[in-house]
Design a protein around this ligand. Structure first.
Ligand SMILES: NC(=O)C1=CN([C@@H]2O[C@H](COP(=O)(O)OP(=O)(O)OC[C@H]3O[C@@H](n4cnc5c(N)ncnc54)[C@H](OP(=O)(O)O)[C@@H]3O)[C@@H](O)[C@H]2O)C=CC1
Ligand SMILES: O=C1O[C@H](COP(=O)(O)O)[C@@H](O)[C@H](O)[C@H]1O
Length: 516
């Protein structure tokens, strides 16, 4: 079955990939495995090289040992052919460098020129900054001063989130970067945009006559976007305690998913056309005008000690590198409106949190009730139709409809017609970072965020953060392993709705039709 999904491979032009932060967590868990998967699938030819950069001393051999371990542990492909591994690993070298030290870049340049000559690479350079954001400005200036951009090939800068802490700091960062790189050379990562099913939202919407005519306020009652995680803050307490759920997930992944659901069809499938439509959605978000409006529409919470799957879990304030008096939110839910013709009056409910019962990312589109329920006389309340897009870790879509219960006179039964993509593709579904690294090497910026999108998202989020700042300790709590503060349920109940159980759980009355 998996063959149905295979497609011809186009290899990007030869380039050197610089991983700044090559000894860090992101490189180890995501970037090296993604590069290996691309190579395994023939999506990288032999004319590429990777230069890892960080301060720690490493010989090339030690670096390759780190690489090997990272792939063994985190890659969806296992290393099963040592000769093939040798061919892959020869493309990697390491340079120990403090990125604030401009003199070191001359040595980096010499190393780069030698690998370019060795692999026949025509001066194309992709700089991936897997670094703390405070270093982004400095590394770009030093790349320029150190002569790393003096080549006839292209230069691209790939930067990780968070892009700033608020609109003001994001603007400052953007000004620094734009002194060295043009907007079209900057690839701002939001790894959710690299996820198969997030990209599929576009196709489901614009390639199906079933959905697009109904995709508006006449037919849709509400949209729910859930990004729930079972993990706590793990080793990232220092970063997270400063950021919180709103900045860590809300400003980027959640609003980006919302734009994919709400945007108008682009005139062509070009990066700028799609990004133009997305930014219009962000500009149409209704801003909260007062602290009171934020309180009425946005819920924040922090997990306290609890239990999941028989395991006791600590509260957020007991986590490593977290302030024991912290008021940082580990959960938020919001009611958001997109004030345009298509969506006027339709609430978008978004929620995310750490230490929730299930790891899932899911979009539920709830359709309005039929104009008249002709079955009412027979005491039937009709369930609303749902379109559910499962993003992560299960991938697929299902639609929930009402049908006659077989054999009964007129009893009505909800049916969920389920297309489980991950059941078909299994482990062959590419990781988001594979797609994004490949796209950046191809020069395709469709699934990267443009500066005006980032700025509009910060402008929206900053108002919430500012209102919270007025009353930092006004935060609800929820036991680790639960579905978050009860206020998040009340947010929907006030409008006559409820959160749909993720993965269709707890819905005993539904018959599932799953052809897999
Ligand atoms: N880890 C993750 O899952 C995710 C991370 N991110 C973002 O990715 C970026 C990197 O995160 P992560 O890998 O977790 O961070 P780590 O702290 O694990 O790694 C940071 C890296 O930066 C290097 N470094 C720090 N200072 C310097 C310096 N002055 N000169 C050269 N290298 C330096 C470190 O190496 P050394 O100490 O050897 O110098 C290390 O390789 C951050 O922006 C983070 O927010 C985003 C999403 C998810
Ligand atoms: O960007 C981030 O995303 C992860 C969740 O990503 P997923 O692909 O596993 O759903 C989150 O854990 C992390 O806090 C955040 O920085």
């Amino acid at each position: 079955m998996a063959d149905n999904f295979s497609q011809p491979t186009v290899q990007p032009p030869g380039a050197v990939f610089f991983i700044f932060g090559a000894t860090g967590d992101l490189a180890r868990r995501k970037l090296f495995p993604a590069i290996y998967s691309l190579y395994r699938e023939g999506k990288l030819a032999e004319d590429f090289a990777v230069i890892g950069v960080a301060r720690r001393p490493r010989t090339d051999e030690e670096f390759k040992e780190d690489l090997y371990r990272s792939i063994e542990e985190f890659c969806r492909y296992k290393i099963d052919d040592q000769e093939h591994w040798g061919r892959f690993a020869q493309h990697f070298s390491y340079k120990s460098l403090d990125i604030n030290n401009v003199d070191g870049y001359h040595e980096l340049r010499e190393l780069t020129e030698s690998v370019e000559a060795r692999f026949g690479i025509p001066g194309n350079r992709l700089f991936y900054l897997a670094l703390a954001p405070e270093l982004f400005g400095s590394v770009s200036f030093n790349l320029q001063k150190g002569g790393m951009l003096d080549t006839s090939g292209w230069h691209r800068l790939v930067i990780e989130k968070p892009f700033g802490y608020d609109l003001q700091s994001a603007q400052k960062l953007n000004e620094e970067l734009s002194q060295v790189f043009k907007e079209e050379e900057i690839y701002r990562i939001d790894h959710y945009l690299g996820k198969e099913m997030v990209q599929n939202i576009e196709v489901i919407r614009f390639a199906n006559a079933f959905f697009e005519p109904l995709w508006n306020n006449k037919h849709i009652a509400n949209v729910q976007i859930t990004l729930s995680e079972t993990v706590g803050v793990e080793e990232r307490g220092g970063y997270y305690d400063h950021a919180g759920a709103l900045r860590d997930m809300g400003q980027n992944h959640m609003l980006q998913m919302l734009t994919m659901i709400a945007m108008e069809p682009p005139s062509r499938l070009y990066a700028e056309d799609i990004r133009d439509e997305k930014v219009k959605v962000l500009r149409s978000l209704r801003p909260y005008e007062s602290v009171q409006e934020v309180k009425e529409n946005v819920v924040r919470g922090q997990y306290i000690a609890g239990e999941a799957r028989g395991k006791k879990l600590p509260g957020y304030r007991e986590e490593d590198k977290v302030d024991p008096n912290s008021n940082t939110e580990t959960y938020f839910a919001a009611k958001v409106f997109v004030d345009n013709f298509r969506w006027a009056g339709v609430p978008f409910y978004i929620r995310t949190g750490k230490r929730l019962p299930v790891k899932t990312t899911e979009v539920v589109v709830e359709f309005k009730a039929m104009p008249t329920n002709v079955y009412l006389g027979q005491k039937h309340t009709l369930e609303p139709n749902l379109l559910v897009i499962r993003v992560n870790p299960m991938e697929g879509i299902y639609i929930k409809i009402n049908a006659k219960k077989p054999g009964s006179e007129s009893q009505i039964q909800p049916l969920a017609m389920d297309f489980c993509q991950s059941c078909l593709v299994g482990i062959n579904s590419p990781e988001a970072y594979e797609r994004l690294i490949y796209d950046a090497a191809q020069g395709d910026s469709t699934y990267f965020t443009r500066w005006d999108e980032v700025a509009a998202a910060w402008a929206f989020v900053d108002r919430i953060a500012a209102a919270w700042q007025q009353n930092p300790s006004d935060i609800s709590t929820y036991p680790a392993g639960s579905w978050g503060p009860k206020e998040a349920d009340e947010l929907l109940a006030k409008d006559g709705f409820h959160w749909w159980p993720v993965n269709g759980q707890e819905e005993d009355n539904v018959i599932w039709i799953n052809p897999n």
